[in-house]
Design a protein around this ligand. Structure first.
Ligand code: 5GP
Length: 206
């Protein structure tokens, strides 16, 4: 029997304040569902110990970043606490063409920029249970000095106040529960009627 034409992969943004656990959640989503693609970003921030080029980020100089911007190779970008971060365009579109959903870990302004160009993007906001808990997580991570932690917390407060702009808000209280919720959102989005155009015709003609 012939199959229903394959859907193009969907685009999911996962935003939320630094330290809320976006990276851990994305890693766990992909461990459970390896066909979900993660968009590896380009950044001008120096690598943290253990971060690998091409896995965690593509680490570039500000000049290289600017060149990619000029060439139109960056879908959206933001300056976050003094460093540039951006999403490379071509790999993301290629993964979607293969039918793979793409999950992006980006700032709130980055998500809003993607929404302007891709009206079908699904916007998810990962919320800490409390600001105190966010501070604990950021401090415990130990990857940034005190002034950077303070800077990130300040940004975090602003980001939390933008949660109303998102389609979904998931409170990251416990990793397994959070991952279940994210996967449920992804599944539900695939069942939206507007994403299943032509289904009735296919069913009725087979
Ligand atoms: P970190 O330095 O902790 O890896 O990331 C700092 C912030 O930059 C995080 O909130 C992360 O979501 C965001 N970020 C990472 N990659 C991108 C990107 O490609 N575009 C945008 N707009 N933000 C990004």
């Amino acid at each position: 029997m012939s199959e229903m034409p394959r859907q193009r992969g969907l685009l999911f943004c996962l935003s939320g304040p630094s330290g809320v656990g976006k990276g851990t959640v994305i890693d766990e989503v992909r461990r459970r569902r390896p066909q979900v693609a993660h968009s590896v970003s380009i950044t001008t921030r120096p690598p943290r110990p253990g971060e690998i080029e091409g896995v965690h980020y593509y680490f570039r100089t500000p000049e290289q970043f600017h060149q990619l911007l000029v060439e139109g190779e960056i879908l959206e970008h933001d300056n976050y606490c003094g460093h540039y971060y951006g999403t490379p365009r071509s790999p993301l579109e290629a993964m979607r063409d293969e039918g793979r959903d793409v999950l992006m870990d980006i700032t709130v302004p980055g998500s809003l920029a993607v929404m302007e160009n891709h009206t079908d993007v699904v916007m998810m906001f990962l919320m800490p249970p409390t600001l105190t808990e966010l501070k604990n997580r950021l401090t415990k991570r130990g990857t940034e000095n005190d002034s950077v932690v303070e800077q990130r917390l300040l940004k975090g407060r602003i980001e939390i106040n933008k949660a109303n702009l998102f389609n979904y808000v998931v409170i990251n209280d416990e990793l397994t529960a959070t991952v279940h919720r994210i996967l449920a959102i992804m599944d539900a989005e695939h069942c939206r009627y507007e994403r299943l155009k032509g289904l009735e015709a296919f069913v009725l003609s087979h």
